[in-house]
Design a protein around this ligand. Structure first.
Ligand SMILES: NC(=O)c1ccc[n+]([C@@H]2O[C@H](COP(=O)([O-])OP(=O)(O)OC[C@H]3O[C@@H](n4cnc5c(N)ncnc54)[C@H](OP(=O)(O)O)[C@@H]3O)[C@@H](O)[C@H]2O)c1
Length: 223
């Protein structure tokens, strides 16, 4: 897919799986495998077609994802793995996290104040002063030749991407389950709109039935 934006940043594609009541995970953030095989294959294809995959430190702490592409599962020959990018302002990532296994290029986007050292094969990129600055990060990745970035979560990272209005696609797999809300993370953990004028408006591009649920695709709707 070509980049539809004239801006000097990659195409930013946000993808997640939620329950009908808009939850990303179980109580206290315990990972919920909401996708079935068809949706998992869709996500693998998205990963395979991306230059990088972005997650927040919360997702690494709670889910410990590998962010790997399982090429064989999608019937493709092994290609260049997307760079794993973790937003970690304070250096709180667990030592033994799978993103530190050295199996794919890995970059930690952080702040100068984070003095933590990472394994030698992990790139440390300072971007921002009090929070990882997403617009600047996208610009740097674009300068490096990256044209498509997949943002996989979690709740606070999706909130930041939505708030920065720097995304081009949102795909949401909705599983036919209800989780409840007391301590389970919502899809977007950021300040709520105080009125219609603050809504992030999207345009529905399509809906496809997958497994027992459906995936809906959106693009931002320009004001
Ligand atoms: N269902 C799905 O598709 C899916 C996918 C992914 C995750 N999840 C779920 O999401 C939950 C984790 O979400 P979360 O909100 O706790 O964590 P998160 O969004 O993964 O990470 C948030 C953390 O990233 C760091 N960060 C640095 N710069 C940031 C920026 N500009 N914007 C936002 N965050 C930034 C901050 O921590 P520091 O200040 O320490 O840097 C922040 O607290 C888990 O329960 C996981 O299972 C679900």
């Amino acid at each position: 897919m070509s980049d539809p934006t004239p801006r000097a940043r990659p195409l930013i594609w946000v993808n997640c799986a939620i329950s009908i009541d808009g939850r990303l995970a179980f109580a206290r953030g315990t990972r919920a495998r909401l996708s079935g095989p068809q949706d998992l294959a869709r996500v693998q294809r998205l990963r395979a077609e991306s230059d990088a995959i972005v997650v927040g430190s919360g997702t690494v702490a709670l889910d410990d994802p590998s962010l790997a592409v399982h090429w064989e599962a999608i019937g493709r020959t092994v290609g260049r793995p997307p760079t794993r990018i973790v937003l970690d302002s304070k250096g709180s990532l667990p030592e033994g996290a799978r993103v530190f296994d050295g199996s794919s290029p890995t970059l930690v986007a952080t702040l100068e104040s984070n003095r933590r050292t990472y394994p030698p094969y992990v790139e440390r990129l300072v971007v921002g002063s009090d929070r990882v600055d997403l617009a600047r990060l996208w610009g740097i990745l674009y300068e490096r030749g990256m044209r498509r970035i997949l943002v996989e979560g979690g709740a606070r990272v999706i909130a930041s991407v939505v708030a920065s209005r720097t995304f081009d696609r949102l795909t949401v797999y909705v599983a036919p389950v209800l989780i409840g809300q007391e301590t389970s993370p919502p899809m977007v953990a950021g300040p709520a709109a105080r009125g219609f004028e603050e809504l992030a408006r999207l345009r529905l591009l399509g809906v496809e039935r997958l497994d027992d649920g459906y995936v809906a695709s959106y693009e931002p709707s320009l004001p």
